[in-house]
Design a protein around this ligand. Structure first.
Ligand code: DGJ
Length: 732
């Protein structure tokens, strides 16, 4: 609920568990008095600090020629506020910097008025949050240094889940252009710096390692300048109070509905408070805001929990499923995918694919995906990207699709529309479509160039090529890949004044194409991918409800990658396939894959009968439980592979009638004797768990407090082994 107490100049923004109190000072700054667990307003107001004796609480009035106090003790330098000033008293990072026509970069937004709307702000294009029982406070402000620069600050609160969204709309109502030097989406000032920062980075094939450090004195930056959200750093991160645990204490998670360069800054100064700012990276960024134009920043998402990390994750999970993903069939059963890449790579012809479809069917596959290599002259990664025509000498696509459908399987195709290979027709006709074409040393990565999606004609070209294929074939699924990042910074056609717009425009170009295709084909399930998890973010999830989690599908690595990814993202979004790796049995790989979107990647013709049976057993579990547990259930992280050999995760169905717990080790464990404790069960219900010939029945309360003796199920965990327990509520 959002309420304005006019006499006190207070905005009260709350749901059942959260409270945010904003105060409009006498000089019209937007101060943040309280943010956290819901408490009585009187208590929250006691948190307000007046800095009357601080030097920064007065100014010199040049007309009156005297020093004037900011009468309510507001300090531009240290008070907690919602939009810090830049280039004036505040030495902390500001979310927005505008360079005016006269070169002045001082920026300070002053409150003019407000409005409260139902729902999230609605935008016509680009990824944004939608639906939900939500209220949005719109604060209207202007820049003290140029009153024609208006700002709308949108602050939305979900009344059902502890999620807050923030973003800005910068409007130039003047006649002269100004330059936006920084356009972040949010600021959050916190009272203390007693937090640890958790962020998730790595590299190709080794995404989302968890990095943990205390808030430092000074500034810590979590960012990407790779032109996409990147393998190197994911846009999800969180701050946890130093005494917080999985289930206790204050944890504040952050994410951004954006797929391009991002930057979060966590800043702490002498005052021992913390300022978090977050949004589009200002690396090489600048945006010319012409007269009467508006710049809208992506939405920043805050998940607040005073019940530890699990609750913060669960808030994000339901927010992403309900308020980000737009795929209209999201609530339907998701077919088991068989993907051709790891098993066949580009070495196939029609006959081999047909036999692969037959073999894939024997392990329960329901959707066959033909990955890279079906188009143009694409026998290796050096060629073909950008020329989207079917290589009929290699593959009879129409026949393959019909065969799949006759077998009762769906059919999917791989594409990589934002790229181009040297030597293609597309480049012969349009050499300037590739980024960096004008340089003598053009960057090349995985033998390919990035297409210049800042240009509409390039996006149009790819759109026409792709619809020609998709319109004429019955395709049920598309895997959208993106195998290199951005290296160059110079985009000649943008001219000398708009170079700083390039990376954001590139991201908008991606959204333009994917938006056109997903709205033309609403029944097609698009899966995201960027050499695995290089574009795993809320912007991509808006269009692609699942994303291939990593090119490293070996179980030891996936144990980390999937556990950590699921701290910020729902299991239903995590592309996770059983591959041929010999690190673990097919059963173990299958169990891990259940905690994601289940599927396969291997040559299915090489599987022996035992392996086929093992996979079928897991497929049976998937078919029975994936919807209620792995897709819709509530996830609990029990022990992290970073700290424990035995990684543990559990999902509980929303009605608490079912639960599944996976334990997966890396090193061998002999004489396993742990009591396995569950979470999130109905304490009064009796659950049964059956494992081979052992059956146990126990009350939820006992399963969560004392637990069950794990040695009953398994005494030895071999190297890279797993145990999966499924709990069912006993029908009375
Ligand atoms: C990278 C992806 O992550 C793989 O799954 C596969 O699609 C290859 N690209 C194909 O080039």
């Amino acid at each position: 609920m959002i309420r304005f107490e006019e006499q006190k100049n207070l905005f009260l923004i709350s749901n059942d568990s959260l409270l945010l109190v904003l105060y409009i000072t006498s000089t019209k700054q937007v101060e943040c008095i309280y943010f956290g667990k819901k408490i009585k307003l009187e208590e929250a107001l006691k948190q307000r600090k007046s800095y009357k004796d601080n030097w920064s609480t007065s100014y010199f009035d040049n007309k009156l020629h005297k020093e004037i106090d900011l009468d309510d003790g507001y300090s531009l330098e240290v008070s907690k506020c919602e939009i810090g000033a830049h280039g004036l008293c505040d030495h902390r990072p500001a979310p927005i910097i505008i360079k005016k026509a006269d070169g002045n970069v001082e920026t300070n937004f002053i409150y003019d008025g407000y409005k409260v709307n139902k729902g999230y702000p609605s935008y016509k294009t680009g990824p944004h949050a939608h639906d939900g029982d939500v209220e949005t406070l719109k604060l209207f402000l202007h820049d003290e240094l140029n009153e024609n620069i208006k700002l709308i600050y949108n602050l939305s609160i979900d009344l059902d889940k502890d999620i807050i969204l923030k973003n800005f709309e910068i409007i130039n109502e003047g006649n002269e252009s100004v330059e936006i030097k920084r356009a972040l989406s949010m600021q959050l000032d916190l009272d203390t710096n007693e937090y640890t920062v958790h962020h998730f980075g790595g590299k190709w094939g080794n995404e989302r390692n968890e990095f943990v450090n205390h808030v430092i004195d000074g500034e810590q930056i979590i960012s990407s300048n790779y032109g996409r959200s990147s393998h190197e750093e994911n846009p999800f991160f969180y701050l946890s109070k130093i005494d917080a645990t999985q289930d206790y204490g204050e944890v504040i998670g952050f994410n951004l509905v954006y797929s391009g360069n991002f930057k979060a800054s966590i800043f702490s100064n002498f005052n021992k408070a913390t300022r978090v700012t977050y949004g589009i990276n200002d690396y090489n960024f600048a945006w010319v805001l012409s007269s009467k134009e508006t710049f809208i920043t992506p939405q920043a998402v805050i998940s607040y929990s005073f019940e530890g990390v699990n609750k913060m994750s669960q808030n994000f999970h339901s927010f992403i499923k309900e308020n980000i993903i737009t795929y209209k069939k999201e609530n339907e059963y998701k077919s088991i995918i068989f993907n051709s890449w790891e098993g066949l790579e580009m070495n196939f012809n029609t006959e081999r694919i047909l036999s692969c479809i037959d073999a894939a069917k024997t392990i329960g596959s329901e959707l066959f995906v033909l990955d890279d290599g079906w188009f143009s002259i694409r026998e290796k990664d050096e060629t073909g990207l950008g020329d989207w025509w079917i290589n009929k000498d290699k593959i009879d696509l129409a026949n393959v699709i019909d065969y799949c459908h006759e077998k009762g399987m769906k059919f999917g195709l791989w594409i990589e529309p934002e790229m181009v290979s040297p030597g293609t027709e597309l480049l012969k006709n349009h050499p300037d479509y590739a980024i960096g074409y004008s340089r003598q040393k053009q960057s090349i990565h995985r033998h390919q160039f990035l297409l210049d999606f800042t240009r509409k004609e390039v996006v149009d070209n790819l759109y026409s090529q792709l619809i020609e294929i998709i319109d004429n074939h019955k395709i049920d699924y598309i895997k959208w890949d993106h195998n290199r990042d951005l290296k160059e910074s110079y985009f000649p056609h943008l001219g000398p004044n708009r170079q700083g717009e390039a990376t954001h425009r590139l991201t908008l170009g991606f959204y333009d194409l994917i938006e056109r295709l997903t709205s033309r084909y609403p029944d097609i399930l698009f899966e995201g991918c960027a050499s695995g998890g290089g574009r795993y973010d809320l912007g991509a999830l808006y269009y692609t409800p699942q994303i291939w989690c990593s090119d490293n599908a070996t179980p030891k690595a996936r144990r980390f990658i999937q556990y950590n990814t699921s701290i910020g993202y729902p299991l239903s979004t995590m592309g996770s396939h059983v591959n041929k790796s010999d690190e673990a049995s097919y059963e173990v790989k299958g169990y891990l894959s259940l905690f994601g979107t289940f599927g396969y990647e291997m040559d299915p013709n090489t599987l022996n009968n035992d392996e086929i049976n093992e996979l079928n057993e897991v497929a049976k579990i998937y078919k029975e439980y994936h919807k209620s547990l792995f897709e819709d259930g509530v996830l609990y992280h029990l022990s992290s592979p970073h700290f424990y050999n035995l990684m543990k995760m559990e999902v509980v169905s929303k009605d608490q009638k079912l639960a599944a717990l996976i334990m997966m080790n890396e090193r061998e464990i002999k004489d396993f004797s742990e009591f396995i404790k569950f979470k999130g069960l109905n304490p009064n219900a009796v659950y049964s768990v059956q494992f081979e010939d052992i059956k146990i029945e126990e009350k939820g309360e006992i399963l969560m407090s004392k637990g069950i003796d794990g040695s009953l199920f398994k005494k030895t965990f071999k190297e890279c082994d797993a145990l999966l327990l499924i709990l069912k509520e006993k029908v009375k």
